[in-house]
Design a protein around this ligand. Structure first.
Ligand SMILES: [Zn+2]
Length: 397
């Protein structure tokens, strides 16, 4: 029985805990800003009214006070909503911490509750995979079936999908720019140029529409502030105005290229994942790679397809093998003999059989072949044909 290795189990769980905490942090910061802005506006309006209280007609004063009350009521409603959202996020963080805490109670991997825990983890890893790929409805079905409401970051991924669709399909930067404005200080901290790229795209669209005056005004308003780090690109953007959208001149053709929308969408995903501490790859890939790296042998990467074992996932070059491409070869302390024809392990029950030409196959493969070929067997590597009785049994010591 294997012991549960807490350290290994927790190594991949960081994003699971961090996402709701990051959301909480962001929400608290936004609320703080909102309160500061509203209170400053209210107090300045109030002091203005007090200054003029003897000059203003009572009705006018009344109107100002009513306006202030209404403003504060809107603020109150927003705070109540935020309070509710934060309570949900706290609950979510708590449930996730409890889920990981449970691992402590399992002494060995044979514990039935450990198996259940792993099943739940598999489900949440699958939900993460589906959410990343935009399969929102299927993800939601699994969330409901497995009661994973507190473990799925549905709202975050819905936001990612909505903004990506706006960029790729509607060719609009509106949502992405709003998101940048809400997260400006965090973006500055990681020195992200995403907002500049979006501004540049809006500028390019004006150039495409031959709106040169509009583009210049836009650049003055939104791009000049980036001149510390982006000056050469701002200059190139200005030169773009001299070229038609059909230009073949390489740097300007690249700027007019519609493929920039896909690049923007990819950059947005990279940045938002970075801010929420989400790995670029789905957890499912990381877990599969851990398993695949234990199976990868030199034969798996051989250019010769006949070296591949059909029962080995790493040898499936079009599917799981792709995930294993950059993984190192595994270190095997004990060797296993595997039949090249059937992919089965060769042992005392299915011993290796040596043909007169020196090649070795499993007994079961050779007997199956002999049954079909009238007692004959054919070497898969050389094509030579022998009688089954010519094969000799080898002993593994
Ligand atoms: Zn293989």
């Amino acid at each position: 029985m294997d012991k549960v290795n807490m350290e290994h189990m927790l190594a991949i769980e960081e994003p699971f805990l961090k996402v709701p905490l990051e959301q909480l942090k962001r929400s608290a910061r936004q609320i703080q800003k909102l309160v500061e802005r509203e209170m400053a506006a209210v107090s300045s309006e109030l002091s203005e009214a007090l200054k003029n209280q003897y000059r203003l007609a009572p009705e006018e004063l009344q109107k100002t006070v009513d306006g202030l009350i209404e403003r504060l009521q809107v603020l109150k409603r927003k705070l109540e909503d935020a309070n509710q959202e934060e309570a949900q996020l706290i609950q979510r963080s708590k449930r996730r911490a409890i889920e990981l805490q449970e691992l402590k109670g399992f002494e060995t991997t044979a514990h039935p509750l450990f198996q259940q825990w792993c099943r739940r983890r598999l489900d949440r890893v699958l939900v993460d995979y589906m959410l990343r790929n935009g399969n929102m409805r299927t993800a939601q079905m699994l969330v409901e079936e497995s009661q994973l409401e507190h473990f799925a970051d549905t709202s975050l991924f819905s936001l990612v999908m909505a903004i990506e669709a706006e960029l790729k399909e509607s060719h609009s930067c509106r949502g992405a720019l709003e998101w940048c404005a809400e997260n400006r200080s965090a973006l500055r901290k990681i020195q992200s140029s995403l907002e500049f790229e979006l501004r540049l795209q809006e500028f390019i669209e004006m150039a495409r529409a031959h709106n040169r005056a509009g583009a210049i005004a836009y650049a003055k308003k939104h791009m000049v502030s980036w001149s510390d780090t982006q000056l050469p690109r701002i200059e190139r953007a200005m030169t773009l105005l001299a070229f038609p959208p059909t230009t073949l001149c390489p740097p300007y053709r690249a700027m007019f290229d519609q493929a920039r929308w896909q690049t923007l969408s990819d950059s947005f995903r990279t940045v938002i994942f970075q801010l929420y501490n989400l790995p670029a790859q789905p957890l499912l890939h990381l877990l599969l790679q851990t398993g695949l790296s234990a199976l990868k042998t030199p034969a798996c990467v051989s250019e010769e397809p006949s070296e591949h074992n059909r029962n080995c996932p790493v040898c499936q070059t079009e599917t799981l093998g792709k995930l294993a491409r950059d993984l190192p070869l595994s270190h095997h302390v004990n060797s296993n003999l595997v039949c090249r024809i059937t992919g089965e392990k060769m042992d005392e029950d299915n011993p290796p059989m040596r043909l007169p030409n020196g090649y070795v196959y499993s007994q079961s493969a050779l007997s199956d072949m002999a049954a079909k070929l009238d007692g004959k067997i054919k070497c898969q590597r050389t094509g030579q044909v022998f009688k089954l009785s010519e094969a000799t049994k080898l002993f593994i010591s």
